[in-house]
Write a protein of this length. Sequence first.
Length: 396
Amino acid sequence: MSRPLTGIRVLELGQLIAGPFAGKMLAEFGASVIKVEPPGTGDPLRKWRLLHEGTSVWWAAQSRNKQSLTLDLRAPEGQDVIRRLVAETDVLIENFRPGTLEGWGLGWEALSEINPGLIMLRVSGYGQTGPYRDRPGFGVVAEAMGGLRHLSGEPGRTPVRVGISIGDSLSALHGVIGVLMALRHREQQGGKGQVVDVALYESVFNMMESLLPEYSVFGTVRQPAGSSLPGIAPSNAYRCSDGKYALIAGNGDSIFRRLMELIDRADLGNDPTLAQNDGRVAQVERIDAAIAAWCERRPLDAVLAALNEARIPAGRIYDVADIDADPHYHAREMIVEDHLPDGTPVRVPGVVPKLNATPGTIEHSAPELGEHTDAVLASIGVDAATRDAWRARGVI
């Protein structure tokens, strides 16, 4: 089946999360992605978190559909290979510190001269310009600078990490959007490429909703609020009789009235001061107390069954075991069977977004280190004797 990015060639120089996650998404929708890794060690992600036979199982999800080319980018021969590949490349992805590629003679000016149609996705902590551009930037720092870390956790306690590298993944998503827009522009405007400059902190800041407008107009510095959704009521996690929590979002006006009817609090549902959100926010403690009292007398499954019957948005807090067992995940093909190099089965997340005419697919499993080095180099005219010599010297 045709995929929307079939025929697009991508050269991925990035490591770990932000750049490679963008490459993963492009590959799932048809792009041919060559991933460049350091000889011997490979992408550091290969050694992150839980390992099987010496390689992270995360690798199976992050690098599927890609080819692995080992290449020392510090060696002149490695830099020459990149120039030769760039001549036939649509998109180059990199997430080094700004100036690193320029130091290797592989910056935007040099590569766009070789290929004027090249699109370069550059992901960094602080962007390619500005007073902080040269600082090393990791996702956790960007999440703090972007405003997310301050809002995470319980009031009065140490701000907490969200639990995943969300700054990196958000930057990858912004990068993919930028690449698709640049490809569209190139198609319309005579084949010229451009730089897509993505900063980790900006990708986080772009998700901060009303944070800045509220400060600008009211001087309000939004604070962490634990499980509640400040300024939108009711929306919270409520403890049930079995110790589990129900997430209940009864914040639509008609939904609120149905919720109050369900929990036998028509007095609140019919109170004109609570008919709209701003009035409910002013009395949120009173509303939360009523919902909590109803939940604490019932087990979670009974609570959710009643809420779903009343068409009130609600759900349980899933851990990965819940996810793996959930029929909806499976029906939507969000849990996919794959295998590791030794044949060990592994389940990985499915492909999103869902396109009905040209859906993304998993064509092949994540590559072993350097699996495609010989094939890629042979395709640009590097003969076997040269490859053997480079391999002996650690260039590949």
